[in-house]
Design a binder for this molecule. Structure first.
Ligand code: ADP
Length: 500
């Protein structure tokens, strides 16, 4: 698939999934309800998706519980579980082109990104946790000859995963793969804007031999479907990536129901700090632009606050604008496109309102700011840059979740750290400097779960991902994510002395 025409032809041939999966069976909503799945590429309806609600959540949780209790998954040997998860990854790989098309049609992200980033990383995630599942060891306590204590990792039970629309399959696999690897059952509620890949992967999981009920996909809206999952008395944990307001609700639902665990990966307002001793201004300018414009800015780690040292600000901002100016907003299905549509009319509207607010508050517009490609019927916004952004301005404080960069200046290291940490969020952060001492000092003082030095978005599945402060708690990726879906059980054997 090299040309736009070839990609379009592949879309014509594409069969879109139409059902959720409950208890190993493809399932419509209990009451038959559906909703229209709109593509942000052209505003057209792609198809109908089951609009599931509380009754469907009940059925999915019951199926997940039954699978967990009878041990059809968790009691398999690690080798057997690994084989099934590898088979799932292989099937995803065999359908990678189709999954990539679904992801792009659902979200408006460039097909090149879906093919090279989203789908391969989702597959890699499944493989990584399959490989890891027999490498998580328990502990043996010190004890003595009369007592042997062991601590074993026990799966939690039924995990409810509620996932966002920005990297639909990738984020879903960050949760589903480690949860399954630890022996849990999962009920996944994908975002209503982008349910297709999750629906298809649940089908592939059945083909791969995952026992029925271990992985259920319930499609529908946040309320009622997501809320019913989070309020359910028989769900042991909710693992969530999404907005702060919904994260707050999930904690309330937990408190009001069964005190289920909650793991939250929420938003961010990531600072990227460029010191005057930056070793590579061209690379930093690329990172400044793509750090916020990648995926149309719809990224929780988007580098939406650029902090530039005063003496280099004018020159550096000129470079950033030059990079951003070269970004062409295009048809997401065109393999040449690197910047596509925003996910929905609502998200576009939110970003446009933030742009208006920035203008009204006196931030200086350097580039963009307009909706474009309106003839397409889709939801497109130009890469937008403001500078002279005041620390108190809305653009410096609130997450846009769109392609809008706000640049601020700072005097010295202390000033940079003060501004960088002056946020309710603490997910990603980064700095560019040629000084090893500054790199080490500043990276330890940034209050964020991720720090990238002389690069952006540079770590991978091997390292934990998650935030401090109101960016949430709990970590995705790495072996730590596996521990999140299990708990320690201490077992002590009292040993009788058989010599006496
Ligand atoms: P956004 O505002 O960017 O769409 P959300 O946090 O609303 O992000 O959505 C992330 C996920 O949370 C989606 O799967 C959505 O359906 C779900 N969701 C939204 N509202 C609720 C809710 N009240 N309870 C549970 N899940 C919800």
């Amino acid at each position: 698939m090299q040309t736009l025409a070839e990609v379009r032809a592949a879309v014509e041939r594409l069969a879109l999934p139409e059902r959720g999966t409950i208890g190993g069976r493809l399932t419509a909503a209990a009451d038959g309800a559906t909703f229209e799945n709109v593509s942000p590429r052209d505003g057209r309806v792609l198809g109908l998706v089951p609009r599931m609600g509380a009754a469907d959540i009940d059925a999915a949780v019951a199926a997940a519980r039954a699978a967990f209790e009878d041990g059809r998954w968790r009691t398999l040997t690690p080798k057997a579980r690994k084989r099934i998860l590898f088979a799932l990854a292989d099937r995803m790989e065999a359908e990678a082109d189709e999954l990539a098309l679904m992801e792009t049609l659902d979200t408006g992200k460039p097909i090149t990104d879906s093919r090279n980033i989203d789908i391969p990383l989702a597959i890699q995630t499944v493989r990584w946790y399959a490989e890891a599942l027999d490498k998580v060891y328990g502990e043996v306590g010190p004890g003595n000859a009369a007592k042997l204590s062991i601590a074993v990792h026990e799966p939690l039970g039924v995990i409810g995963a509620i996932t966002p629309w920005n990297f639909p399959l990738h984020m879903a696999m960050w949760k589903v793969a480690p949860a399954l690897a630890m022996g849990n059952s999962v009920v996944l509620k994908p975002a209503e804007q982008s349910p297709l890949t999750a629906m298809r992967v649940a089908e592939l999981a059945i083909e791969a031999g995952l026992p029925a009920g271990c992985f259920n996909v319930v499609t529908g809206f946040g309320d009622p479907a997501g809320a019913a999952l989070a309020r359910h008395m028989d769900v042991d944990m909710i693992t969530f990536t999404g907005s702060g307001p919904v994260g707050r609700k999930l904690m309330i639902y937990s408190g009001e129901s069964n005190l289920k665990r909650v793991s939250l990966e929420l938003g961010g307002k990531a600072p990227q700090i460029v010191f005057a001793d930056c070793p590579d201004f061209d690379a930093a300018a690329e990172a400044a632009a793509w750090g916020v414009f990648f995926n149309q800015g719809e990224v929780c780690t988007a580098a939406s606050r650029l902090l530039v040292q005063q003496e280099i600000a004018d020159e550096f901002m000129a470079k950033v604008v030059e990079v951003a100016r070269s970004i062409r907003v295009g048809d997401p299905l065109d393999p040449a496109t690197r910047f596509g549509a925003m996910v929905s009319r609502e998200q576009l509207g939110t970003a446009l309102r933030y742009i208006d607010t920035a203008r009204n508050e006196g931030d200086r517009l350097l580039l963009g700011g307009r909706q474009v490609r309106t003839d397409s019927g889709g939801f497109y916004l130009e890469p937008t840059i403001f500078d002279c952004v005041a620390e108190s301005s809305t653009l410096a404080r609130e997450e846009v979740f769109g392609p809008v960069l706000g640049a601020l200046t700072f005097k010295d290291t202390k000033d940079a750290l003060r501004i960088a940490n002056d946020t309710i969020y603490g997910l990603a952060s980064g700095l560019w400097t040629g000084s090893l001492d500054r790199a080490m000092t500043v990276s330890r003082q940034l209050r964020a779960g991720l720090v990238w030095v002389n690069g952006w978005d540079a770590c991978d599945i091997t390292m934990p991902f998650g935030g401090f402060k109101q960016s949430g708690f709990g970590r995705d990726r790495s072996l730590h994510a596996m521990h999140k879906y299990a708990d320690l059980k201490s077992i002590t054997f009292t040993v009788r002395d058989t010599n006496t």
